[in-house]
Design a protein around this ligand. Structure first.
Ligand code: NAD
Ligand code: USQ
Length: 382
């Protein structure tokens, strides 16, 4: 298939582009490089050294003979996007290209507005681009489990069958997101659902949980193909952050009581879920929603697992309960459905001590690159 991976220079996008290319798909990457600029803005870095996108695709071609075309530009620029779609005529458009950090979106008014404009306008352009240029193209859009928040009922995959005053309907599952970033994904979902209904676009919204790990078979082939690994308090996510904290002897930063429970998945499953969605496209006019995670953990459980895995390699780690910089429930019910991708063939890579151990090894190898001032949270929700 001809597939565009937008956001293909990022943490999820780069391994996805390589994986799909390895599987024989014809891949092009679209990316504005804004994530690398945000590193400069925040005085932050990837734990792993990352090559430029040009170096990455050149190395991939050298090692495998497979070409990945690249387009540097912003999805907010419709003329640019139109040019790419006209040239590539993709059958699937994998859309990762958004500002994805909740803390970044909560820094101040400017960052909230940047996040929502970047994400909502970029996605609207993609919808118009598909409608006008490649109407049969399947949009595979990365949403987030955080769109649902933490309701006191089980979370379904996108829709809820309800009976109200004697009448029944299947309606979008209620959304109670916890940051301006997570809200941007809700706005996207509504816009995509509308475009499917009105224009007959085919779309899959993948409500992904928190991704951990960094390596796939493809990124491990050469250091030039290495994936980025965020550990700072703005872009680093729970489990990866704890593992890197263990590597540098920092207390594990559990926020508040630590009962916050989320869906998690290994980056190796992220890439496979995209392949599954691409090979099983949504129908014309269908707005299909899959919950993309494999296991649920509370942050305290994760911290405990990291502490135990670190002890096995002689690293002694403390678990700290910091004052929570976010406004969120710290003890709550959480039970989410995730059967659609499993039914389509996903075989999860589950979280084990060995998995934590291998990420920990990478973290220890690069621990001198950690900017320690970036580890503790500085952005607060209030
Ligand atoms: P990332 O920041 O590493 O990558 C995003 C990429 O998109 C970057 O390379 C950035 O330069 C690019 N980009 C951003 N805005 C753009 C624009 N307007 N035009 C062109 N390129 C643009 O993020 P990630 O962790 O790879 O996340 C990818 C997607 O998956 C995001 O949409 C995110 O919301 C979603 N997601 C991520 C996680 C996670 O744990 N990392 C979990 C659930 C969902
Ligand atoms: N947390 C800690 N300590 C830390 C970091 C986080 O206790 O050092 C807690 C947070 O308070 C939160 C939970 O862990 O309760 C998850 O936080 P996170 O930073 O790992 O993830 P989140 O902000 O939700 O965002 C990440 C990605 C985002 C994606 C989302 C999936 O950055 O792009 O959409 O995970 S989900 O969480 O399912 O919405």
């Amino acid at each position: 298939m001809k597939i565009i991976v937008a956001g293909g220079d990022g943490f999820c996008g780069w391994p996805t582009a390589l994986y799909l290319s390895q599987k024989g798909h014809d891949i092009s990457i679209v990316d504005s490089m804004v994530r690398r600029h945000i590193d400069e803005e925040l005085g932050s870095n990837s734990l792993t050294p990352i090559a430029t996108l040009e170096e990455r695709v050149a190395k991939w071609k050298e090692l495998t003979g497979k070409e990945i075309r690249t387009y540097e530009g912003d999805l907010q620029d419709f003329d640019f996007l139109k040019m790419v779609l006209e040239k590539e005529q993709p059958e699937a458009f994998v859309h990762y290209a958004e500002q994805r950090s909740a803390p970044y979106s909560m820094i101040d008014r400017e960052h909230a507005i940047y996040t929502q404009v970047n994400n909502v306008v970029g996605t609207l352009n993609v919808l118009y681009g598909i409608k006008d240029i490649v109407p049969n193209c399947h949009l595979i859009k990365l949403g987030t489990m955080g769109e649902y928040g933490t309701p006191n009922i089980p979370i379904e995959e996108g829709y809820l069958d309800i009976e109200h005053k004697g009448r029944k309907d299947r309606l979008p599952f209620p959304k109670q997101p916890g940051s301006y970033y997570h809200l941007s994904k809700v706005h996207d979902s509504h816009n995509i659902m509308f475009a499917c209904r009105v224009w007959g676009i085919r779309a899959t919204d993948l409500n992904q949980g928190v991704v951990y790990g960094l390596s796939t078979n493809e990124t491990s082939l050469d250091p030039i193909l290495a994936n980025r690994l965020d550990y700072d308090s703005v872009f680093g996510t729970a489990l990866n952050r704890f593992i890197i904290q263990a590597a540098i002897g920092h207390d594990l930063t559990v926020y508040g009581k630590g009962g916050q429970t989320r869906g998690f998945l290994n980056i190796e499953d992220t890439v496979r879920c995209i392949e599954i969605a691409a090979e099983n496209p949504a129908d014309v006019g269908e707005f299909r929603v899959f919950n993309q995670f494999t296991e649920e953990f509370s942050v305290t459980e994760l911290a405990q697992m990291v502490k135990e895995a670190a002890a096995k390699v002689g690293l002694s780690v403390n678990i700290a309960h910091l004052e929570n910089p976010r406004v969120e429930k710290e003890e709550h019910f959480y039970e989410a459905t995730n059967t659609s991708l499993l039914d389509l063939g996903l075989k999860p890579h589950l979280l084990t001590e060995d998995v934590i151990g291998s990420i920990l090894k990478t973290a220890v190898d690069h621990k001198d690159r950690v900017i320690k001032e970036n580890v503790l949270p500085t952005v607060t929700w209030k």
